[in-house]
Design a protein around this ligand. Structure first.
Ligand code: NAP
Ligand code: MG
Length: 398
């Protein structure tokens, strides 16, 4: 059989533990037999990050900017246990944080919907994609405990020394205070990524804040989104038959519960943190959640939303059988392959991504799945497969 040719490489970011094992199995069974796979390989496994003083992460982010499409395996974010386990020179930063900061991107998380894994919210028929603004607000806040009576002010000192003051509160007794910020440039990047991704996936975009209460802070988010939409996107949205919808955050939450899905919900940092956990758990499983980082310039980095599945890896090292779900990692590859096909005008490649996803869905819908899904499926008497046989069951259909 002639394998599908590629013209431009995909940036391949390998990772750690169980997902690194799945990574190789996916390539061997689902990709290499069908595609003359061109990748530029970066080993983001913790040992090599340490060996290169994390330069490999920076290099991979640069490559993602150059080639516009990357696929990433889950990686360990070191903590003190990992520093000991891997005898690290330093507690390196999370690769995802490094890559996200470099690409100035927004993360879109979407569940993979299959028959037999039913969302808790019964009217959700199509995926709900959450876009979280991953900069600022309470995550870069400054806080103080106020011990007793006294005045708290906001003071802005301009470069020329002029001061603008605003009283926050005149305390009569003890209390607490928090200062936080955001940047117009970051909100603009967020808005552009969201509008581009909505066009890209032909889905409506929702955005919500509390602008009625927060008349300067949240209102600025609302205004920046609206201005960018009016200036650069409203015609494109009309042509694509999709809409941009702004509402208050509490109204959005109520509408989401009653909707049938199929839209992107853009969230401020805190809302996205909270709502993405709600949406992903209601859709069934973290192992069925994909994630794509989209830069305002249209660079894409695809990955699974879950981690390296450490517990399963230790079982694997002990020679025990594992039943780790590879769906989200497979969809990371198919997402990158489809995008590469679209950008290069390579229809055969884009079509292959569709077939790979269909084969994966068909496998689960036929009752063949990993243990995590078997525990929650509505399909009677599912067949539980181990990590490798699940991938082979998909390969058989492909
Ligand atoms: P995890 O890898 O997401 O796994 C947590 C638990 O969720 C697993 O023990 C397993 O439950 C279940 N699970 C997750 N993915 C699964 C899959 N594909 N198939 C079956 N079950 C799955 O989180 P973690 O074990 O807490 O973290 C491990 C490492 O991942 C950490 O070092 C962390 O830094 C890293 N991490 C990386 C990323 C990333 O690269 N994007 C994201 C998150 C975490 P059971 O044990 O009940 O089977
Ligand atoms: Mg959270």
């Amino acid at each position: 059989m002639d394998r599908i040719k590629m013209t431009t490489p995909i940036v391949e970011m390998d990772g750690d533990e169980m997902t690194r094992i799945l990574w190789q199995m996916i390539k061997d069974n689902l990709l290499l037999p069908y595609i003359d796979l061109k990748t530029e390989y970066y080993d983001l496994g913790l040992a090599f990050r340490d060996q290169t003083d994390d330069q490999v992460t920076v290099d991979s982010a640069n490559a993602a900017k150059k080639y516009k499409v990357a696929v990433k395996c889950a990686t360990i974010t070191p903590n003190s246990d990992r520093v000991k386990e891997y005898n690290l020179k330093e507690m390196w930063k999370s690769p995802n944080a490094t890559i996200r900061a470099f690409l100035d991107g927004t993360v879109f998380r979407a569940p993979i919907v299959v028959k037999g894994i039913e969302p808790c919210v019964k009217n959700w028929k199509k995926p709900i994609t959450i876009a979280r603004h991953a900069y600022g607000d309470v995550y870069k806040g400054t806080e103080m405990k106020i011990p007793g009576a006294g005045k708290v002010e906001l003071v802005y000192t301009a470069e020329d020394g002029t001061e603008t003051r605003e009283t926050v509160h005149s305390f009569q007794g003890p209390g607490i205070i928090q200062g936080m910020h955001n940047l117009s440039s970051s909100i603009e990047s967020f808005a552009k990524s969201c509008f581009n991704y909505a066009l890209d996936t032909k889905q409506d975009l929702w955005f919500a804040t509390k602008d009625t209460i927060s008349k300067k802070y949240d209102h600025t988010f609302k205004d920046i989104f609206q201005n960018i939409f009016d200036a650069d996107f409203s015609n494109q949205f009309k042509d694509a038959g999709i809409s941009y919808f702004y509402t208050l955050i509490d109204d959005a939450v109520a509408r989401v519960m009653k909707a049938d899905g199929g839209f992107i919900w853009a969230c401020k940092n805190y809302d996205g943190d909270v709502m993405s956990d709600m949406v992903s758990s209601a859709f069934g499983s973290l192992a069925m959640m994909t994630s794509v980082l989209v830069s305002p310039d249209g660079d894409y980095e695809y990955e699974a939303a879950h981690g390296t599945v450490q517990r399963h890896y230790y079982q694997h090292l002990k020679g025990q059988e594992t039943s780790t779900n590879s769906i989200a990692t497979i969809f990371a590859w198919s997402g990158a392959i489809r995008k590469r096909g679209e950008l290069d005008g390579n229809q055969e490649l884009a079509d292959f991504a569709d077939r790979l996803e269909q084969a994966a869905r068909d496998t689960i819908e036929a009752g063949e799945m990993t243990k995590d899904l078997a525990l929650i499926t509505t399909i009677p008497n599912p067949t539980v497969l181990n990590s490798e046989n699940f991938i082979k069951a998909i390969a058989k259909r492909l």
